[in-house]
Design a protein around this ligand. Structure first.
Ligand SMILES: [Zn+2]
Ligand SMILES: [Zn+2]
Length: 213
């Protein structure tokens, strides 16, 4: 979730940023950070965009940055080579299936977007609350674009911690047979059915049972 400015083309030399912005719907610092993370990963792993599944991304956030990553890396939910862990961290692990190399790129603890322009956060809060005068909206866009340009131009090492990691390469996406749920009748992938009272039931119809300790 973030506030918005329409797609633009800040940052010379990052020509695909406009493509990411068009996909995401607006220009924001989170998108720029995701863009830089993907760009850095592709350089380190010496990989192009994933036409099929040779590249895999594990995202630890579902915030704006993931959209830039999908555009740049070609890792998408639909292809099954983008995995989401709900850890609330701006951290991404990129894996090259062909070489087995992997890199984890996480927000640098000493980098703070707000420090690039301390006036932006309070302005953003006002914009998010609702109607602001046109001049204030223009000021918000101008400041956001400047912060985005700064993110596009800073060395990756200032933005992120970048570590080569050893990870288990996730299995390639499989196609499962679909079976009707015994309760709602909707076709459901075999791998996502539960047995309840001896019947095959989809997650939505099943009763949650957990005794975590
Ligand atoms: Zn955004
Ligand atoms: Zn069901």
């Amino acid at each position: 979730m973030c506030t918005t400015t329409p797609p633009g083309t800040p940052g010379e030399g990052h020509r695909r940023f406009a493509e990411a912005a068009a996909f995401h719907g607006h220009v924001c610092p989170g998108l720029a950070l995701g863009y830089r993370a993907a760009e850095t990963a592709l350089e380190r792993l010496r990989s192009g965009r994933a036409e099929d599944e040779e590249l895999v991304t594990i995202a630890e956030t579902d915030a704006c940055g993931v959209d830039a990553i999908q555009v740049l890396t070609g890792c998408t939910v639909g292809k099954g080579n983008l995995f989401f862990k709900d850890h609330g961290k701006h951290a991404f692990t990129f894996i090259n299936r062909q070489t087995g190399k992997a890199v984890r790129i996480a927000g640098h603890p000493s980098f703070n977007t707000d420090s690039l322009d301390p006036a932006l956060a309070p302005l953003r809060a006002r914009v998010m609350q609702g109607r602001v005068p046109d001049e204030e909206w223009a000021e918000f866009r101008k400041r956001t674009d400047r912060v985005v340009e700064a993110i596009l131009d800073l060395p990756a090492e200032q933005l992120f911690t970048i570590q080569a990691v050893d990870v288990d390469i996730p299995e390639r996406a499989r196609i499962f047979r679909s079976v009707p749920c015994a309760r709602c009748g909707e076709l459901t992938a075999e791998s996502r059915l539960r047995v309840e009272d001896g019947e095959l039931v989809c997650y939505a119809c099943s009763t949650e049972y957990s005794r975590r300790c």
